[in-house]
Ligand binder design. Structure first.
Ligand code: EPU
Length: 416
């Protein structure tokens, strides 16, 4: 299994381009299930999760042609409306096929995702919404069996803000009879990107980006061409890395307005951050100041940036409170950061991080995608060598991580 060896202590300098957003590309690929016409995508990141989604869709009969960052998907006919456990357990976003399959084929069999490292992650809101739209859903042998002659528009008030739940229901509603109102909808930029793509396919959607989305169902959708939005979490990760390691970095092909909560926190930490047209500059000199964060749905501080900011706090001047409100078990990186010399105490859903002068390199284990990113940032500032194990987690969500870091002057090497 691959590992990442990082020799820390160098500032980051230079320019890199942001990749397409994993969490926008995944639902958008599923939107291809809604039409028999081709969906031509660009800025698709080259990631393990994208390959997993392509495999899942391929099994269902979707033709997929990939070249570089382009992918054309065409679901002429859906052979098999099934998402098997083997794929769903490795990638929870597989559940995003449920709404589109049901809307297009009137039936779907999708494995329950089960728990994962960061928490329980149930899908009750996806189910509840589809039931409100007239679907019959039963659970047998770990699979959701869903059927509906044609989904009917409905008013759905979600109990909590769920990103993939909103996406699943929005996609299903595009082919339902009548209009659907999604209330307490997720406002994440990825939801907006999906809505933009669906509108290009002929869907009628209003309010994406607000907490009420109205969808007017259509008989059929057509093909479209769409460029996936830039990855705001990848962007934030490199910015946090620069704030921690020091230096001067420009991130191009970015969506500068999609991560204001993180930018604000980086400024609080003492970084100079400047937004331009499609780029973000960051400059950091001296030791960062401690900044506390509390995760919240968009536009609040993203849970997917929590581990990276915890890493930053470990070497900052002062004490930071890091509070996780979205997932109940998303502090596993704290124990690994302690192996590098971090001073972290956890009470309930808050980590109290007292900044230390320096971290020391050590072997650490990645537990999930964003936790791994936090460990890499810590490795970049630690003295000596840090070896991050289980970097398949990183490969799921960061395109060419070690190449991009090397471009910025970091000493990072993948070892087999
Ligand atoms: N929830 C329920 N019931 C549901 C759905 C969600 O109780 O039916 C709860 C979850 O357990 C959680 C909260 O609601 O406590 C929010 O979860 P959400 O559904 O928003 O998460 P998700 O859609 O499964 C997406 C991202 C995650 C990101 C979260 C939160 C994708 C493919 N994944 O997950 O990204 O952390 O939103 O912003 O969009 C990552 O990229 O590393 C990642 C984990």
């Amino acid at each position: 299994m691959d590992k990442l060896r990082i020799s820390g202590g160098r500032p980051l300098e230079g320019e890199i381009a942001v990749s397409g957003a994993k969490n926008a590309a995944l639902p958008i690929m599923c939107a291809a299930l809604l039409t028999d016409k081709p969906l031509a995508l660009s800025n698709v990141p080259r990631l393990m999760d994208i390959a997993t989604m392509a495999k899942l869709l391929g099994q269902m009969g979707v033709d997929i042609e990939r070249e570089g960052d382009r992918a054309t998907l065409r679901a002429r006919e859906i052979r098999d409306a099934v998402a098997p456990y083997e794929l769903v357990k490795t990638m929870r976003a597989s559940v995003l096929v449920l709404g589109p399959l049901l809307a297009r084929c009137g039936r779907a069999r999708v494995s329950l995702p089960g728990g994962c490292a960061i928490g329980q992650r149930p899908v009750d809101q996806h189910v509840k919404g589809l039931q409100a739209m007239g679907a019959a859903i039963t659970v047998e042998h770990g699979y959701m069996h869903a059927s509906a002659a044609r989904l009917k528009g409905a008013r759905v008030v979600m109990d909590m803000v769920t990103v993939t739940g909103t996406e699943n229901l929005m996609m299903a509603a595009t082919l339902a009879e009548g209009s659907t109102l999604l209330e307490n909808a997720a406002r994440e930029p990825e939801v907006v990107d999906l809505a933009d793509c669906l509108v290009k396919m002929g869907a009628k959607i209003e309010g994406a980006g607000s907490d009420v989305i109205r969808i007017e169902g259509m008989r059929a959708l057509g093909g479209a061409a769409h460029a996936v939005m830039p990855d705001r979490i990848e962007t934030g990760t490199y910015l946090a890395a620069t704030a921690a390691a020091g230096g001067r970095v420009r991130l191009t092909r970015a969506a500068p307005d999609s991560l204001d909560a993180s930018l604000e926190k980086l400024r609080e930490a003492g970084a100079l951050v400047r937004k331009g047209a499609g780029f973000i500059d960051i400059e950091m000199t001296g030791r960062p100041r401690s900044v506390s964060v509390r995760t919240a749905p968009y536009p609040g501080f993203a849970t997917d940036m929590q581990a990276q900011f915890m890493a930053l706090a470990t070497i900052a001047g002062g004490t930071a409170l890091i509070t996780e409100t979205i997932f109940e078990n998303r502090f596993m990186h704290a124990l690994e950061l302690q192996r590098l010399g971090a001073d972290i105490a956890i009470t309930g859903n808050t980590a109290i991080v007292r900044g230390v002068e320096r971290l020391q390199g050590a072997g650490v284990m990645a537990t999930d995608l964003r936790a791994s990113a936090g460990l890499v940032i810590a490795g970049l500032v630690a003295e000596g060598q840090t070896v991050v194990e289980r970097i398949y987690h990183l490969d799921r969500g960061y395109e060419a991580l070690e190449k991009k870091l090397a471009t910025l002057g970091a000493r990072v090497e993948r070892i087999k």
